[in-house]
Ligand binder design. Sequence first.
Ligand SMILES: C[S@@+](CC[C@H](N)C(=O)[O-])C[C@H]1O[C@@H](n2cnc3c(N)ncnc32)[C@H](O)[C@@H]1O
Length: 292
Amino acid sequence: MAGGSSPRAPRRRSRRSKARTPACFWPSFLMRRKSEGFWLDMVMNSKGCGDVSGPEVEVFETADGSKTLVDVERGVHYRSRHGAVQESRHVFVEGSGLIARAGTWRVLELGFGAAVNLVETVRAFRESDEAKRLVYHTVDWRPVGPEALAFHEGEGGALAREVAAKATKRSGEAVRALSEDGHVEVVLHAMAWDEVRLGEGEEVDAVYHDPFAKEVNPEAWTPACFAWSRSWAAPHARLATYSAATAVRQAMEEAGWKVWRAKGPGRKREMTVATLQDESVEPPGLKRWGQG
Ligand SMILES: C[S@@+](CC[C@H](N)C(=O)[O-])C[C@H]1O[C@@H](n2cnc3c(N)ncnc32)[C@H](O)[C@@H]1O
């Protein structure tokens, strides 16, 4: 959630894995530029000048035994400390309605982060008898390096590391990875959300709205940001987010989304789902927000 109790609001660090996983391990020459409140480190290494390092991160084991990352500088967790995989599956893979879809799954995610959502979406796609193709657009202005994602196993992990490696060479661009059978395509847009344009006919079925909490990423919870994701969404699309904050829901409504309350993951009371079509019957598990 975007409020002070968010699992991703800055907190004291704890339960970190002993193995420190710096996002970039080459000697660095720091040319710092202030960018939207962050310092970007330009790294010079043996492969030449121009690679862009990600944030300094460490692997963190969450309460369900699954892992995520913690941003060392700011002390923020990339997924809930109460269960990274649990949150990812409940809020995003299931909450967006993607898991019930047949045919092609098209996703737009704001926040590639530790790639837990990507890995869990690839897993759900491979487990589905009805899904035929997955196109996963993910956006991150500060993607972590591939070595920070070594904790992920399987196909999703390999695809995540491939796009992360390409993004360290080509910051500000969209980089791609394709599964061996060609059924899964991952596109990492290594830039701020407001610079991202999808291709012609690339309307998505699901929006994963997953930046850090409002205290850390205020620009990602504005009506402008929700209008941006709306502009790439198919009429039947659903947006899902862990936040249940009133200000966030108001921003979604202002951008033209219809807002629904849904049960949160684990012991969390609520999360938010948004749709574009008026649904005559309440979808199972959802209650319309702001209507009495
Ligand atoms: C909570 S993490 C994402 C977690 C990820 N989805 C996962 O499953 O591991 C939030 C990410 O959003 C990115 N982000 C925040 N604001 C952004 C913006 N304005 N444009 C692009 N990326 C942004 C951050 O760099 C960070 O990596």
